[in-house]
Structures are given as C-alpha cells and as structure tokens.
Design a protein. Structure first.
Length: 239
C-alpha cells in the first residue's frame, strides 16, 4: 500500500483522535446527571399520561355538573312561576292544588339534583386533588432536571467542544493522506472499534498479538511501510 512517513504519522494521530473522540462521546452519554435526566423525562412522560386521563375525567365531571346546574336553574324558574300562579289563584282551590302539585314535583326533582350536585362536586374535588398532586410531581421533576442540567452543562459543553476540535483536526489530517489510504483506514476503523492501525512488533501484530509466521511475514514485510495483519486485518506500520 502506497504510503510515506508523513502518511504514517497522520494515520497514527487520526487513530489517537478517533479513540479520544470515542471516549469523550461515551463519557457524554454516561454522565450520571444525563442518565438521571433521561430517567426523569421517562417518569414525567408516565405522569403526564396519567394527568391526561385525569383531565378527561374532569371534563366529563364538569360537563355533568353543567347539566345538573342548567336543569336546576330551569326548575328554579319553573318553581318561581308556579308560586306566582298559586299566589294569583286566590280562592280557586283547584288551581292552587294543581300548581302546588306541579311545584311539589319540581321541588322533589331539585332535591334529587342537589344530591347529584353534591356527588359530582365530591368527584370534582377528588379529581382536583389528584390533578394537583400530578401537576406538582411534574413541576418538581422539571425543577430537578433544570438543576441537574446546570450541574453537568459545563462538563458536557467541554466534551462537546473537545469532539468538535477533534473532528476538525481529523478532517484536516484525512485530507492530507492518499484517498485510497484514507478509505482503507476508515473501513478498518469501522470494523475494529476505532483501533485500526498498529505496528509490527518483530514477528507479532502489535494489536492482536498474533505471531505471524513464514510466508505471511515475508509478504507483510514486502508491503512496507504499511501492510495488513493477516489475522485481525488491521493496518500495520512496518519499520
């Protein structure tokens, strides 16, 4: 494989950068505060789901209360009209009796509605208690997340900047080496977790530590200054 000393130095530096970037990326992902933030968000999503259900229950209870209040308001007007008719009936006992029966029916229905109002109000109070509890839990979770983010923001930003700087330097180095060599390195790095290049240590691969014998070793040395390990397929610097 065609390469010169500058290419080899660039490849080794690229590998160092890649490994540093892998470590920095892993550290970002595994920051304990970030993991806790993810846990909080997942839990908050579950709480929000319950809160949505509570809101639906509240809508139904509010609608039921509106129906009860509207009917009671209508009956109150009907009761008032019946009383006015009774007052206007004077000594006409038949009219008085008829309107009194009507009023009694209205009053009985209003008593039923009053009981229903108490029942629905109790349901609304219970829903409000659960809603307030869930909303409080969400607010507390958001506050805790804000605190955690403030705690790891600096470290996370430093790691992100380190990765950006690594990427810029890597791009610069990759542009300085032969395209074929760059493609080979990239393909090998993807297969080997970032450790794509090592050195031939006597008759041993400096990475996988496999002893290379006979014709394989002769063939490998013939590829100098850089070849490929016949076992792990990594690039090897041959001095």
């Amino acid at each position: 494989m065609q390469a010169d000393l500058q290419d080899l130095e660039a490849l080794l530096e690229i590998q160092k950068i890649d490994l540093d970037t892998i470590q920095a990326t892993k550290k970002r992902v595994e920051l304990p505060q970030r993991i806790e933030v993810m846990r909080l968000r997942k839990k908050r999503g579950e709480i929000q789901g319950k809160l949505d259900q509570v809101h639906e229950l509240q809508k139904k209870a509010d609608a039921e209360m509106t129906i009860v209040e509207d009917e009671d308001r209508s009956l109150a007007e009907k009761q008032e009209r019946a009383q006015q008719l009774i007052d206007a009936s004077g000594s006409d006992y038949r009219k008085v009796e008829s309107h009194s029966r009507e009023m009694a029916g209205v009053m009985k229905r209003r008593e039923t509605l009053a009981e229903k109002r108490v029942e629905v109000q109790a349901q609304l109070d219970k829903i409000k208690g659960v809603r307030d509890q869930l909303e409080g839990a969400i607010a507390a979770s958001e506050a805790k997340e804000a605190s955690l983010r403030a705690a790891f923001e600096g470290e996370d930003s430093a790691l992100a900047e380190q990765i950006r700087a690594n990427t810029a330097r890597r791009d610069e180095l990759m542009a300085s080496i032969a395209p074929e060599l760059a493609r080979t390195y990239k393909k090998t790095a993807e297969k080997t977790g970032g450790v794509a290049i090592g050195k031939l240590d006597g008759e041993t691969c400096g990475v996988c530590r496999t002893h290379i014998e006979g014709g394989h070793l002769i063939s490998l040395r013939a590829q100098a200054p850089i070849g490929t390990c016949p076992v792990c397929k990594r690039l090897l610097v041959i001095e």
